[in-house]
Design a protein around this ligand. Structure first.
Ligand SMILES: CC(C)(COP(=O)(O)OP(=O)(O)OC[C@H]1O[C@@H](n2cnc3c(N)ncnc32)[C@H](O)[C@@H]1OP(=O)(O)O)[C@@H](O)C(=O)NCCC(=O)NCCS
Length: 206
């Protein structure tokens, strides 16, 4: 099963909203997804996978129409990150900075590194395309998985404790990560020893 991480498009927003409704109590109108993608097209990503091809000719062809995860025949969304740049003219801090509005991965696809990859892509793009100096987000104090991801895997810092931030009264940690482009280059996240410096001729080894 291959997973593709790619930029989110307008065609994906229905499936992103459905994934959000499945995974989180903080939900948004479709037009808010559209606003993100039209305003900052580089800041939101989806993780998709393709159905296995069935070779049995008698097998019924799956009709994905009823399943809201599908965006194309055989291609479905298994995770997303919805990101934006801070655009509130009343905000105190005028430093250009990004914000993660929402992130989730469907349950059966968790603990495979998908959320970390989605986040790294979004952070790199915010920094490269919009000169974001840092990125901020909120997370529930009880959300162990997300806290581990942000604090330990992605090195976010807690900047404050926001009392009763969520509708049900739970507190949030406000978190922040300073962005440095050279540390965010997507090739570095492969955790591989080999980094191609693109200076040697690829035919040398033949
Ligand atoms: C939080 C969430 C997005 C993580 O997605 P994921 O694809 O499983 O995360 P990853 O596989 O990229 O894991 C990243 C790190 O977090 C750790 N992690 C993931 N789930 C964890 C859990 N339940 N408990 C502890 N650590 C966990 C992983 O081990 C990994 O750490 P490592 O780098 O040390 O190996 C996912 O659990 C989810 O969608 N939850 C519901 C929605 C949600 O809470 N969104 C965040 C709102 S702020």
């Amino acid at each position: 099963m291959g997973i593709t991480i790619r930029r989110a498009t307008i065609n994906d927003i229905q499936a992103m909203q459905n994934a959000n409704l499945h995974n989180l109590p903080e939900n948004y109108l479709l037009k808010y997804y559209m606003y993100h993608i039209l305003s900052w097209p580089q800041a939101s990503y989806v993780a998709t996978t393709y159905d296995e091809i069935v070779h049995d000719e008698d097998a019924p062809i799956e009709d994905p129409k009823g399943d809201t995860a599908y965006i194309n025949k055989g291609e479905k969304i298994v995770g997303y990150v919805l990101g934006k740049m801070e655009d509130d003219p009343a905000a105190d801090d005028k430093t250009p900075h990004g914000h993660i509005t929402s992130l989730s991965v469907m349950r059966t696809y968790r603990r495979m590194g998908i959320a970390e990859k989605l986040m790294r892509q979004a952070l790199y793009a915010m920094c490269e395309c919009f000169d974001a100096e840092y990125v901020s987000l909120h997370v529930r104090k009880s959300n162990r998985a997300a806290l581990h991801l942000y604090r330990d895997s992605l090195q976010f810092e807690v900047t404050s404790n926001e009392k009763s931030y969520y509708q049900d009264g739970e507190d949030a940690y406000a978190m922040k990560k300073v962005l440095k482009l050279d540390e965010l280059i997507p090739g570095l996240m492969q955790k591989s020893e080999e980094i191609d410096d693109l200076t040697s001729d690829l035919l040398d080894d033949l």
